[in-house]
Design a protein around this ligand. Structure first.
Ligand code: BGC
Length: 834
């Protein structure tokens, strides 16, 4: 059985199929609802099979299926395919993915049984900010057909002849967890020899399905083929430690924070209830603590249960294995309770689950701590790449726009994220409000308008988050150069910028109008109203956003960045009118930002590291003032005890900005700093993934998610500056997708060697350098056709075109000389190039 490659449109393949829903006989309380079986039968003898041409397309059987909820498929009792959590998470109201499989090899002559195991999943399960259930609807449903490959003949369709019953999965929620009662045998009727009889009977507890009704079911235009492959079980981890902190309680440490579930091979005697609690940390008594990942009810201001609890009820049958495939968790530790004996390490395995993504980036250097940081960043991404890019896998599991906006460049260096991001961007477009506003999470259960939840509706359209509509497609364009994808995203990019520009023009912040009753001309380009998260989660920042705060310095900066990118995108797509329009808008916004927030000495009216980083990274500070602006940033860092002070938005830009403006030494000091706040401080405290808060673990215990990739955006610095593989910031079309690169390694700190490789659409680019006894040696390997400007650490450069190249130079007193070079713009090193 293979994935089918039928050209048939999914609408045609499913034209005879009707949506069906189970009769809900079990608990209907959200979080505790069971999974249901749905089954249909068909006679394969009827198919016109010619034994001489068993592989002819019209003699293959292709199954198309999708669901409201998540489903596993079985043909004659055998699970179909390796995909998990199908149909995946999309903006279900407008886009619902249909999987297709060639199931010919699973069929027998005579009666065949197709069965689906259906649970709440993203559609009806609890997830998000407040773990609200029923996000997309109050019932689960299934739609499927079996046709020949061209779709001209239909062998089976979902409809009123299908039967259903409650399954052995007595509780299945996407995040709360799953209970499997092994005493409820797989019901008879899943295989053709079963005694359930033929379709239409009600033997063995099977009852006819019901037909759900409503506009959503009528709209077949939303059925689409997957834009990116579904999640898979990618890897398995063995326990690194098994402890018994209390009698009857075993705590298993898998040594790595991941997304997925565990497989348990020992279920105990009949009736044994084994509880599995998943978490990221242990408390002082060595028990799993989930206090840091409890979701929050904003209305009642109370924390919600963390969930992530699975349960297996044993039938005492040898060979039974518990593997919950209707839920997923973020965890490193699992607390096992209820087993009579001691759990052996070989009985439990962690299963890493996420979208299959090709690895494209490798990094290594002489400092093992940075290699561990690179690993932790990669794991954070893998933990948050389960069908959609999420903020965290354990507390919310939501596709926060801002998080992907800040991380996508790093992700695109490490993995091929083109299809994965493209899928998500289609959902972003689907969920964009008619006024161009972008919801804070995508896919958005509320769809393309307000949800009625006050905080959620107020937060939609925050600068830095909504800008994902523009900056994510731009990042993909830079890395992959897919013009069609850019063109597809363009209306949504434009919608966002138009929204932000109108919001800027439409209102003034009350404090500004109080101070200055008559607005200055530039103010219509200042975006100082509406809700914005701002820099968000700087060290020591308050945990709650203040809706009345003036975040104009951040929002206007993003409006400038997005308007300029949009102008560049329009230019790349040949839309001269749009390029001119948004180019002018960008200039006006820039002038407004400068007039309001920057003085003639390069100093900002509101000082924070984040604001200075943006001023330099986005080119808001004019070239002539940039050295002073950069000097002030360095001063702020020095004044802060040589500690970084950025939050969500600016952290990934901080080190590149410092390095590019003559403060490579400061960049390395921050990169290699330990303690709080710092990246290596996280690792020092035992992190295996990046934390949401800089002080994620302290004496007081854990705070917030310990698996957020946002602060891992520093990962790109390892490639772009430490190793030195760099794409142009705003490339011309012919420069995208690594057709033109800069190879500019910038050694620093105590690092004596580094190597990195990136598999690009043109081929593999690799760079390695060593620094020994003052001798800097660089090796560069480029695919044919790639043009590179190789810049050695003294700032001098040399063009090369494809192939393998070696360079070397003598470096004396690297740290100071390099600094002088960058700050004065003149080479200060003696170079001996070969
Ligand atoms: C999420 C973030 C998100 C933020 C602001 C948090 O609860 O975990 O990663 O970006 O809210 O919306």
């Amino acid at each position: 059985m293979t994935a089918a490659t039928s050209p048939t449109s999914v609408q045609t393949a499913l034209r005879h199929a009707a949506w069906i829903s189970p009769v809900e006989t079990g608990c209907t309380e959200a979080g505790n609802r069971p999974a249901y079986w749905l089954r249909g039968t068909f006679d394969w003898t009827a198919a016109n099979q010619n034994p001489d041409t068993p592989n002819a397309a019209d003699e293959r059987a292709v199954l198309h299926a999708t669901a409201h909820g998540i489903y596993e498929l079985f043909v004659n009792g055998t699970r179909v395919g390796e995909d998990e959590l199908t149909p995946g998470f999309t903006s279900y109201r407008k886009r619902l993915q249909v999987q297709q499989w060639d199931i010919t090899d699973l069929l027998v002559r005579g009666e065949n049984v197709v069965a689906a195991l259906l649970s709440d999943g993203w559609f009806r399960g609890r997830h998000g900010f407040e773990r609200r259930p029923d996000g997309f609807g109050t019932e689960t449903a299934f739609l499927a057909s079996v046709t020949n490959a061209p779709g001209t003949e239909t062998f089976l369709s979902t409809g009123e002849r299908w039967l259903c019953r409650e399954s052995h999965i007595t509780r299945a929620d996407l995040m709360d967890g799953q209970t499997t009662d092994f005493r409820r045998h797989e019901p008879a009727g899943l295989s053709p020899s079963g005694p359930a009889g033929t379709a239409g009977t009600t033997a063995e507890g099977w009852v006819p399905v019901v037909g759900p009704a409503g506009l959503l079911y009528e709209d077949r235009s939303r059925l689409v083929l997957p834009a990116s492959p579904p999640a898979r079980r990618i890897e398995e981890l063995r326990p690194v430690a098994v402890a018994t902190p209390e009698p009857g309680i075993t705590v298993v440490d898998f040594g790595q924070n991941i997304n997925g579930w565990v497989r348990l091979g020992s279920l105990g005697p009949e009736g044994t209830r084994t509880l599995l609690r998943h978490g990221e940390v242990l408390d002082k008594a060595g028990l799993v603590s989930t206090a840091n990942i409890r979701a929050f009810n904003f209305a009642t201001k109370t924390p919600l249960p963390a969930g992530q609890v699975d349960e297996a009820v044993s039938a005492g049958r040898p060979g039974d294995v518990f593997e919950p495939r209707h839920t997923t968790h973020g965890f490193r530790y699992v607390q096992v309770e209820g087993q009579p004996g001691t759990l052996a390490a070989e009985d439990i395995t962690a299963v890493v689950v996420h979208t299959p993504l090709d690895r494209t980036g490798w990094f290594e250097c002489s400092d093992p701590r940075l290699n561990a940081l690179h690993d932790a960043i990669s794991w954070s991404f893998r933990s948050n790449a389960c069908d959609v890019p999420t903020d965290c896998p354990q507390r919310e599991r939501s596709g926060f726009t801002g998080d992907w906006q800040v991380f996508v460049d790093t992700a695109a260096l490490m993995f091929d994220v083109a299809a994965f991001s493209e899928k998500w961007l289609r959902d972003l477009t689907a969920d964009q409000w008619p006024d161009g506003r972008v919801p804070t999470v995508v896919p958005n259960p509320a769809g393309d308008g307000p949800s009625g939840n006050a905080f959620e509706d107020m937060a939609a359209g925050s600068a830095g988050w909504g800008d994902a509509a523009v900056l994510v497609p731009w990042s993909l364009w830079r890395a992959y150069g897919d013009k069609l994808a850019l063109a597809r995203a363009f209306p949504s990019m434009r919608g966002w910028v138009d929204y932000a520009a109108a919001a800027a023009a439409g209102a003034r912040h009350p404090e500004r109008s109080g101070r200055r009753p008559v607005p200055l001309a530039h103010e219509k380009f200042l975006w100082d109203t509406g809700f914005h998260f701002g820099e968000w989660l700087e060290p020591d920042s308050p945990p709650n956003p203040d809706p009345s705060r003036d975040h104009g310095i951040v929002a206007t900066a993003y409006l400038f960045r997005s308007a300029s990118v949009l102008a560049r995108a329009a230019e790349a797509l040949g839309d001269a009118a749009a390029a001119a329009k948004y180019g002018t808008l960008a200039e006006q916004v820039l002038a407004a930002w400068r007039a309001e927030y920057l003085d003639h000495n390069g100093i900002l009216s509101e000082e924070s590291q984040g604001h200075y980083v943006r001023a330099l990274a986005f080119g808001l500070a004019p070239e002539a003032l940039a050295p002073r602006t950069a000097a002030r940033l360095a001063e702020l860092i020095r004044g802060n005890g040589n500690r970084l002070g950025t939050g969500f938005l600016a952290t990934g830009l901080l080190l590149p900005v410092l390095a590019d403006h003559g403060y490579l030494d400061v960049a390395y000091e921050l990169l290699l700093a330990t303690g709080t706040p710092s990246w290596l401080g996280m690792l020092e405290a035992g992190a295996t993934t990046m934390w949401e808060w800089w002080d994620g673990v302290s004496e007081e215990g854990a705070r917030g998610s310990l698996n957020h990739y946002s602060k891992g955006a520093v990962g790109s610095f390892l490639y772009t500056h430490l190793a030195g593989i760099r794409l142009p910031e705003d490339p011309a079309p012919e420069e995208t997708a690594y057709r033109r690169v800069t190879i500019a390694p910038q050694p620093g700190g105590s690092i004596t060697s580094a190597a990195a490789a990136v598999v690009t659409p043109r081929g593999r680019i690799s760079v390695s350098w060593t620094l020994q006894h003052g001798q800097f040696t660089l090796e560069v390997d480029l695919p044919d056709g790639v043009r590179a400007a190789v810049e050695l650490p003294d700032g001098s450069s040399r063009p090369v075109f494809g192939g393998r190249h070696q360079f070397s130079c003598q470096l004396v007193g690297l740290a100071e000389t390099h600094l002088n070079t960058a700050r004065s713009g003149k080479p200060a090193l003696q170079l001996d190039r070969t």
